[in-house]
Design a protein around this ligand. Structure first.
Ligand SMILES: Nc1nc2c(c(=O)[nH]1)N[C@H]1C(S)=C(S)[C@@H](COP(=O)(O)O)O[C@H]1N2
Ligand SMILES: [Mo]
Length: 324
C-alpha cells in the first residue's frame, strides 16, 4: 500500500488514496474495456447503458463478431446518415438527416403483445440488458437498387423473442414504428399507411442474422437511422428493417405491412433480395454502392439473398417468384 503524502492545498491524486494494486488494476481494466477485451462484463454493460441513455453521438462499445466481418469497404458515416429512407421524416433521401432532429428517442418503451405468454413493456435499459452487444458489418440493399456496408451494433433478435415467450400459435412477428406527427412531420402525409409496419415469419425472425439494432459506427443509432432501436435483416430489402420500433406483436396470420398496403403488386411480404425477380418497374439484377461507385461506374451484380446464403433453407421448396 502507498504511504499517503500530504500536499497542502491540493486535492490528493487517485494514486494516493487508492492502494497501488487496485489503482493499477483499474487502469488496466479501463484499457481492456477500451480494447473490447471484457465485452459483456458488468462494468462494460453499465458504461454502455449510460452511453445509451445519453443518446445522440454517445459511444457504444461492442465486440466485433468475426463471423460477420467483411473485406468490403465500409460506407462512409456521412453517406449512411445523409442518404436515408425514413418516410416519417420525408421522402427525399436527404430529408431524414435534415428533419429527424425532432425525434425524441429517450425515454422510450417497446411493448410486446399478441400471442405471448403474458404481454409486457420494456424500457431501453431493460432491452439493452437482454444480451451482449456485438458489432456486425452487414450489407443493406434497398429495393430501389442501391446498397451500403454498415457496421451495426446490436444482438440477435432471437434473444428478445425468447424473452417474449411466444405461444405455439405465434407464426409471425410484426414490428410497429412510432407515428407521432409532433415528432415526425412526414406522418401528416398520406404517402404510407401509418404507423409503419413490417413483419417476419417466426423462423426468419429467429434466424441469427436478424439483428435487433441499437447503434452503428461505434455509437448509438442516429435518429435518421432509426433511434433508439430498429431491426436489420440483411438478406431482405431495406424496407423490412423497421426503424424506431415501439411495438412488437406476435400474430397468427401473415401481417399486412405498410409497403404491401401501399403497393401489393410491387411489395410482397417476403421481399428477399432476389436478382431473379424484377420489381414491376425496374430490374433487380444489379445495384449501386453508395459513395463508392459513381453514377456512371458500372453497377454491381446483386447477389441472391444479398449474399447471405445461410438463409436459403428458410425458403426451401418455396416458389420465390410467387412469394416475392
Ligand atoms: N419506420 C421506418 N422504417 C424504415 C423505413 C421507413 O420509411 N420508416 N424505410 C426502410 C427502407 S426503404 C430502407 S432502405 C431502410 C434504410 O435504412 P437506413 O436509412 O438506416 O440506411 O430503412 C427501412 N426502415
Ligand atoms: Mo428501401
Amino acid at each position: 500500500m502507498l504511504i499517503k503524502r500530504s500536499h497542502s492545498g491540493s486535492a490528493p491524486l487517485p494514486s494516493e488514496i487508492t492502494p497501488r494494486e487496485v489503482y493499477e488494476q483499474r487502469r488496466q481494466f479501463i484499457a481492456r474495456i477500451a480494447a473490447g477485451a471484457v465485452a459483456g462484463s458488468a462494468l462494460w454493460e453499465m458504461a454502455n447503458r449510460e452511453a445509451f441513455a445519453q443518446g445522440t453521438g454517445a459511444r457504444l462499445a461492442a465486440k466485433p463478431n468475426p463471423a460477420y466481418a467483411t473485406n468490403e469497404k465500409q460506407t462512409a458515416f456521412k453517406d449512411a446518415t445523409e442518404y436515408n429512407n425514413f418516410y416519417e421524416f420525408g421522402t427525399d433521401k436527404s430529408d431524414p438527416g435534415r428533419n429527424a432532429g425532432t425525434l425524441r428517442p429517450r425515454p422510450w418503451t417497446v411493448s410486446i403483445e399478441g400471442e405471448v405468454k403474458k404481454p409486457f413493456t420494456l424500457d431501453l435499459d431493460s432491452l439493452l440488458k437482454l444480451a451482449p452487444l456485438e458489432e456486425r458489418i452487414y450489407r443493406l440493399r434497398c429495393v430501389e437498387g442501391w446498397s451500403m456496408v454498415i457496421p451495426w451494433i446490436g444482438y440477435p433478435l432471437s434473444n428478445l423473442i425468447k424473452k417474449a415467450e411466444p405461444l405455439s400459435s405465434a407464426k409471425y412477428v410484426e414490428f410497429v414504428t412510432l407515428a407521432d406527427p409532433r415528432q415526425m412531420p412526414g406522418v401528416r402525409s398520406g404517402v404510407l399507411d401509418w404507423p409503419y409496419r413490417e413483419g417476419l415469419r417466426m423462423d426468419e425472425a429467429m434466424q441469427p442474422l436478424a439483428l435487433l439494432t441499437f447503434g452503428m459506427y461505434g455509437q448509438v443509432l442516429p435518429n435518421q437511422n432509426g433511434a433508439p432501436v430498429r431491426v436489420v435483416a440483411p438478406w431482405k430489402y431495406g424496407f423490412k428493417s423497421a426503424k424506431s420500433i415501439v411495438k412488437i406483436r406476435f400474430v397468427k396470420d401473415q401481417p399486412v405491412t405498410s409497403w404491401m398496403a401501399a403497393g401489393p403488386d410491387e411489395y410482397g411480404f417476403y421481399s428477399n433480395v432476389n436478382p431473379n425477380v424484377d420489381h414491376p418497374r425496374w430490374s433487380q439484377a444489379s445495384e449501386r454502392r453508395i459513395g463508392e461507385d459513381g453514377f456512371f461506374k458500372p453497377k454491381r451484380k446483386t447477389l441472391m439473398f444479398n449474399g447471405y446464403n445461410e438463409v436459403a433453407p428458410l425458403y426451401a421448396g418455396m416458389d420465390l417468384k410467387k412469394y416475392f
